[in-house]
Design a protein around this ligand. Structure first.
Ligand code: SF4
Ligand code: SF4
Length: 451
């Protein structure tokens, strides 16, 4: 029988799982976001600098304080504690509230930016967009747009929750290095560099956003903008084609899709940092795996047909080689996949469906990388099939104690335990090589290798 004291302590601890320091830290974060909300809903436009920096300061201080409080006296690694007891991480009411807030924010961002305060022609920004004007003027000498606000918040979240992630998995070098990499690519290459380029009157370009994820790369307006930018513009065009045709297959051959999905990509970066508390929510059923393969490959086919159609229109003047006008096709893709799937569902549903919904079910770049990672072919003069990637997860199944940590925390819904028990290498198109299955295995069964 447990002594009375332990029972009461356990009961108290389960009430919300937060210590007083964490509660204080959360109030800092809440207050920081409240400042943004007041500025936004008040549709203000003056004193933005003070409000912005106070808000960023409070949110950052609160987040770091929370991180230290949560992990300082604990062993590094995954924390199972309260996952299925906390409302936020077990699809409870808090999870639903967060999901509705996030999807609502994305809907405003894509289709109603005026509600965020984006100025009409000849007017000044107000509300949330005006709040970010000082930062935008500092970087490119122009007022903010709703996309600038999005980029700034996205980067801030990856940085703060990236630090939390690194502290949580501080025992594991792979996790530490890849998170630093994600933070670097998001901050320097996706956020700051394109802004500086715009201040030099160059077109907006995120060098790591590769077609087909960057579905508008071959759109007329984008090609025109690059060609109008002279030598540098031609370099962008060349880089875009090179990264899809050469860099991606070569790096995937050596390292698997992880070089992109877990070390470089911004969508993956947000999923790994902000989405970390929700990774166990991914559906592990065979049905989900089947749906995943159908949907993600359909999106890949869609983006290829849409791009071919746009290019045929540009170079041959034929508007409807697939019986639908290329303009309509690109609009439908932009609306359905570029906005609704990748943003509204992809991020908005983190608290309900897990952190990699977009990467698993929708991203055409993940589909392309997955084909390279998974497939092999036969050459007549070789006995063994030639694999298009050296990456695999090897399993030392005799050590497995069937705890199931690996399957639970696989954000791509792979039943890792089943492979471990069969002593089978894991070569799956969807595996993003995040390495969490290996990091949470108490027996050292799983190794990410390039053999
Ligand atoms: S199998 Fe392991 S490395 Fe691959 S996605 Fe799942 S948790 Fe990450
Ligand atoms: S985490 Fe390790 S020990 Fe547990 S089921 Fe997976 S492979 Fe086996």
């Amino acid at each position: 029988m447990l002594p009375y004291k332990s029972i009461s302590l356990t009961a108290h601890h389960h009430s919300d799982g937060l210590n007083p320091g964490q509660k204080m830290a959360l109030s800092f974060i809440g207050f920081g976001f409240l400042l943004q909300l007041v500025y936004w809903l008040g549709f203000r436009s003056e004193g933005a600098g003070l409000w912005l920096w106070s808000s960023i300061g409070l949110v950052s201080a609160g987040s770091l304080w929370y991180t230290i409080n949560q992990y300082k006296n604990t062993l590094p690694g995954i924390k199972n504690n309260h996952n299925w007891l906390s409302s936020l991480t077990s699809r409870g009411s808090l999870a639903w509230i967060l999901a509705i807030f996030l999807t609502g924010f994305y809907i405003l961002l894509y289709w109603y930016p005026e509600f965020l305060g984006l100025a009409k022609e000849g007017e000044n920004n107000r509300g949330l967009v005006a709040l970010f004007d000082p930062l935008s003027f500092g970087l490119k000498g122009k007022p903010a747009s709703q996309w600038f606000v999005y980029g700034a918040l996205y980067t801030l979240i990856i940085l703060l929750l990236g630090i939390k992630f690194i502290y949580k998995y501080r025992h594991n070098k792979y996790q530490v290095y890849r998170t630093i990499s994600i933070m670097f690519f998001q901050t320097a290459i996706a956020f700051i560099l394109p802004e500086i380029m715009q201040s030099l009157n160059k077109p907006y370009y995120d060098f790591k956003n590769i077609w087909p994820l960057n579905y508008y790369f071959f759109f007329d307006w984008n090609i025109d903008a690059m060609m109008a930018a002279g030598t540098f513009g031609y370099f962008m065009l060349f880089w875009g084609i090179l990264s899809f045709l050469v860099i991606t297959p070569v790096l995937t051959y050596f390292y698997g899709k992880r070089w992109y999905c877990s070390w470089v990509c911004g969508c993956g970066g947000l999923a790994e940092t902000a989405g970390d508390p929700f990774r166990h929510l991914s559906d592990k059923s065979l049905k989900a795996w089947k749906i995943e393969r159908w949907v993600i490959h359909s999106v890949l086919v869609f983006v290829v047909l849409m791009t071919v159609s746009v290019l045929v229109t540009r170079f041959f003047g034929i508007r409807n080689i697939f019986l639908i006008d290329s303009g309509t096709l690109s609009h439908v893709y932009g609306f359905l996949i570029g906005a609704a799937f990748s943003g509204v569902v992809g991020v908005g549903f983190y608290p309900l469906l897990g952190s990699r919904v977009w990467c698993r079910f929708g991203c055409p770049m993940a589909a392309y990388l997955g084909i390279l990672q998974r497939f092999s072919f036969k050459l007549p003069w070789k006995k063994e099939a030639v694999r298009m990637s050296k990456f695999r997860i090897t399993t030392n199944g005799s050590q497995c104690i069937s705890c199931g940590n690996c399957s639970t925390y696989c954000e791509m819904g792979i039943d890792v335990k089943a492979y471990a028990q069969r002593q089978e290498d894991i070569v799956r198109a969807s595996c993003v090589g995040c390495g969490i299955c290996s990091a949470v295995c108490p027996r050292g069964v799983l190794r990410l290798e390039n053999l």
